[in-house]
Design a protein around this ligand. Structure first.
Ligand SMILES: Nc1nc2c(c(=O)[nH]1)N[C@H]1C(S)=C(S)[C@@H](COP(=O)(O)OP(=O)(O)OC[C@H]3O[C@@H](n4cnc5c(=O)[nH]c(N)nc54)[C@H](O)[C@@H]3O)O[C@H]1N2
Ligand SMILES: Nc1nc2c(c(=O)[nH]1)N[C@H]1C(S)=C(S)[C@@H](COP(=O)(O)OP(=O)(O)OC[C@H]3O[C@@H](n4cnc5c(=O)[nH]c(N)nc54)[C@H](O)[C@@H]3O)O[C@H]1N2
Ligand SMILES: [Mo]
Length: 762
């Protein structure tokens, strides 16, 4: 019998019809005017054949015990009982801790998992590992690796840039020109960490235009802005040069707000010497930038004048910092906005992440969120999150990070729950070699992702649809009940129950569970949270019965308005209390790849450099429109985007003609790191010499035993360089990579990405 229930994902709330143990259909939540098409991936996801149906152990690990093994990813699996799993995994955790110490466990476990706050996979795994004495952890995210380090140093905050960003209504009413580096991709506003119930960005842009506001987009893709805009398609990776040119016009035409620079910023003089070329003899003029970015110097000059003549918001998408030297674009965007002197004025100033995540432009809630307490991690060893392969391949080696000199630990056990490094990490051939190094790799996931296939111990997790939970997102007014939609599939278990059993085996059950079942925890975290509030909310049962709770929000915000109004009463959390256009601290580190002020650094992966002679196409590996990352790639909305069963690669018709390619062709995309197959889509909204292949096709090596094997499905991370943004942040640089493309000769191998691995009897 069909039932209907309401729940939510990171990409939206919905009501689901449930039949025969699975989601049969979904309808977007009534309050959402612009729902995400990715909701279409949910039907059939609970009982999909790619589910992990029982605890599984890699044959080689079972037979030979823990140890480095290049067979990871190519071996068979053996199904074991839950009791066996608890004994094997519990015993291995005990061995590693007793022999090598807790530092030898890598528990960074980066990834998005699903939206519920209690069953949040990272929270669960971190609480569990903390109960065992801790783990080597990771800092920051693949989303904002560079921003997460540079922005606290130069504007004193990271989170506030997003949670307290200038809101859409303020932009609609006040902004004359919105200058968007990296566009305003509406596809990305589908998503918010922890769930999202409304998608107002499209409507806001339409209302801004109706009022006479203009949108200027710098992006290799025309459709990074939906609807009318002034489109500039520079050579990818040259945005900092463009911003410098705009700044140069402001500085040399007396259009810079020197009063604001003196009262609210520090170090503009040092930066201006660089801008004007006082020391290096190179003025960063529109003519100079034009030779790098391919845009006309006159157009840049005219734009700078227009920006100074009205209320201008400079926005920088997150993608711009997911490249080598990614610290520079947000820092330079902030500097440009500071020179315009409109930071803190309604509709003017700086924004970071409009068109990257739904939260930019949305009102923050006026309270915290219910959350599972994580305990304390006594281990102080960490890595910047995108250094995972470096860590596994170079134990004991020193590295630079944010002014520190650190050492990579010797990891024996890698523990992953709720993330997929074969989605998120760069240079997958190198990652495969790195994953052959530790003694043991443990993965919890509902699905047989490539990461699960590379594990020794695979723990079948439930999906959000199989358990009770509650949502919560810092810029969404709705706290939603997420009731279990259907019964647990096969032998899957909630991660919480798995950790409780492991904790029991290891003698820390009470510390982990505090005597509560997961249902009791849900009530407990809600009640603990409700006691921190200065407004009334229903008791847990009332909330659960109502299904949703509207929280109060801070409306009408302008980013940094308080600081602007009174910088001494509201100083920034920077050394000077002001915007640091020059940072003495960063300067003192003496890094060659991040200096004391924002600057142009020539990228490695760009059309203007020597690599382009061999790999003459610039691949933009952006976020997929039809899904969240690799999640539910097998679902209908994601599958509808595929071409010949492969991930679509969009290219300009001229670049296709030059290679004798037509739409629908299967092509080999390659460089010196690896290769993948993809399906051609011709589109003149893509800048010539640029191709776009989104992330998220499940990695599918033609020959799993060969670490250099091509991916037959179209995962761009077989091509990307595994190198950090700089010594300052070591952020992820996966957004850009140079490639060559050729027609695939012969019959393309079948895509097997969504099939389980081969099992063998014990
Ligand atoms: N080249 C390139 N690479 C990129 C990017 C890019 O722009 N270019 N973007 C980067 C960015 S910004 C990000 S955030 C990352 C995203 O990378 P990830 O966050 O690692 O990707 P997801 O596919 O969301 O992985 C989440 C996993 O959690 C699993 N899961 C869901 N619910 C549960 C649960 O309850 N328990 C457990 N145990 N597992 C669960 C899902 O099945 C899925 O496998 O990718 C990064 N990689
Ligand atoms: N549908 C959907 N939405 C998502 C996600 C998803 O997986 N699916 N992932 C979410 C996550 S975790 C994150 S962190 C955010 C990421 O948000 P972003 O990092 O901002 O997203 P991207 O799609 O990688 O990039 C946005 C656009 O930047 C443009 N761009 C790339 N390189 C350059 C350049 O050098 N110069 C200029 N001017 N433009 C460039 C590309 O054309 C691209 O479409 O997205 C979130 N939203
Ligand atoms: Mo992200």
């Amino acid at each position: 019998m069909a039932r209907t229930r309401t729940s939510l994902t990171h990409w939206g709330a919905f009501s689901a019809t449930v039949e025969s143990g699975d989601i049969a259909s979904v309808r977007p939540w009534s309050g959402d005017a612009d729902p995400s098409p990715a909701l279409g991936n949910l039907p059939g996801s609970v009982r999909h054949r790619s589910r992990v149906t029982a605890p599984a152990v890699r044959r080689g690990w079972l037979e030979n015990g823990p140890g480095p093994d290049t067979l990871r990813g190519a071996d068979e699996f053996v199904a074991v009982t839950w009791d066996d799993l608890v004994e094997l995994l519990g015993g291995e955790l005990r061995r590693v801790i007793d022999t090598h110490g807790n530092e030898a466990i890598y528990g960074g476990s980066y990834g998005w998992s699903s939206a519920g706050r209690f069953h949040h996979a990272q929270s669960q795994v971190h609480r569990f590992l903390n109960c065992l004495g801790g783990y080597t952890y990771s800092r920051h995210s693949y989303s904002l690796g560079a921003t997460g380090v540079i922005m606290p140093r130069v504007v004193g905050t990271h989170d506030d840039l997003f949670t307290r960003s200038t809101q859409w209504q303020v932009i609609v009413e006040n902004t004359d020109t919105m200058v968007c580096f990296g566009g305003l991709a509406l596809k990305n506003t589908a998503v918010n960490d922890g769930g999202t119930t409304a998608h107002p960005a499209r409507d806001a842009l339409n209302r801004l235009r109706a009022r006479g506001g203009r949108i200027v987009s710098f992006s290799p893709l025309r459709d990074d802005v939906d609807g009318p805009c002034d489109w500039h398609a520079p050579v990818p990776g040259t945005d900092v040069a463009i911003m410098l040119a705009l700044a140069h016009v402001l500085a040399t035409e007396s259009l810079a707000d020197r009063e604001f620079l003196a009262s609210h910023c520090t170090g503009y003089d040092r930066f201006e010497r660089y801008l004007l070329g006082a020391d290096d003899g190179i003025p960063k003029s529109p003519q100079w930038a034009s030779s790098l970015c391919g845009l006309s110097a006159d157009d840049l000059t005219a734009l700078a004048r227009r920006m100074a003549a009205g209320r201008t918001l400079v926005t920088v998408s997150w993608s711009l910092q997911r490249t080598r030297h990614g610290e520079q674009a947000p820092w330079m965007g902030l500097t440009l906005a500071a020179m315009l002197g409109q930071i803190g004025l309604p509709g003017g100033g700086f924004g970071h992440g409009y068109g990257s995540m739904n939260e930019a432009g949305l009102a923050p809630i006026r309270c915290g969120l219910p959350r599972l307490p994580l305990g304390v991690n006594p281990v102080t060893t960490f890595i910047p999150v995108a250094a995972v392969s470096d860590m596994l391949l170079q134990p004991g080696e020193p590295f630079d990070y944010n002014g520190l000199r650190l050492t990579y630990p010797d990891i024996r056990l890698v523990y992953w729950a709720g993330g997929n490094p074969f989605h998120h990490h760069q240079n997958l051939p190198r990652l495969r070699r790195a994953l052959s190094r530790p003694d043991t790799v443990v993965v919890h996931d509902p699905y047989w992702t490539a990461m699960a296939k590379h594990a020794d111990i695979v723990v079948p997790s439930t999906t959000f649809a199989e358990r009770d939970d509650l949502s919560g997102s810092r810029n969404d007014p709705m706290l939603m009940a997420m009731p279990r939609l259907t019964e647990t599939y096969a032998q899957a278990r909630d991660d919480y129950d798995t950790y409780a059993a492991l904790a029991g085996h290891l003698g820390v059950r009470e510390a982990f569970t505090e005597g509560r079942s997961s249902r009791q925890w849900l009530r407990h975290i809600y009640e603990t949270w409700s006691r921190t509030l200065d407004f009334d909310v229903p008791a847990f049962d009332g909330f659960w019965a109502a299904g949703a709770l509207r929280l109060p929000t801070d409306d009408g915000l302008t980013l940094l308005a308080d600081f602007r109004a009174d910088p001494s009463a509201h100083p920034l959390a920077t050394p000077s209390g002001r915007i640091e256009i020059f940072s003495a601290d960063i300067d003192s580190f003496g890094y060659d790849d991040c200096r004391g002020h924002p600057a142009w650094f020539e990228p490695t992966e760009w059309l203007g450099g020597p690599r382009a002679a061999d790999y003459p196409l610039h691949l933009v590996a952006n976020q997929p429109a039809g899904r969240l990352h690799g999640q539910l790639d097998a679902g209908a909305a994601s599958q509808a985007t595929k071409v010949a069963g492969r991930e679509p690669i969009r290219m300009h018709p001229a670049d296709a003609r030059a290679r004798d390619l037509s739409g629908g062709d299967v092509v080999r995309v390659f460089n010196d790191r690896g290769a993948c197959l993809a399906g051609v889509v011709l589109d003149d909204r893509v800048r010539p010499q640029v191709v776009q292949l989104s992330t998220g096709a499940w990695f599918d090596p033609a020959d799993p035993a060969d670490p250099n094997s091509m991916c037959v499905h179209g995962n761009p991370n077989v091509l990307t360089d595994d190198v950090g943004t700089s010594k300052l942040a070591h952020g992820c640089t996966g957004a850009h990579v140079l490639v060559q493309i050729e027609k695939y000769a012969g019959t393309p191998p079948p895509v097997r990405a969504h099939q389980p691995p081969v099992f063998t009897p014990r």
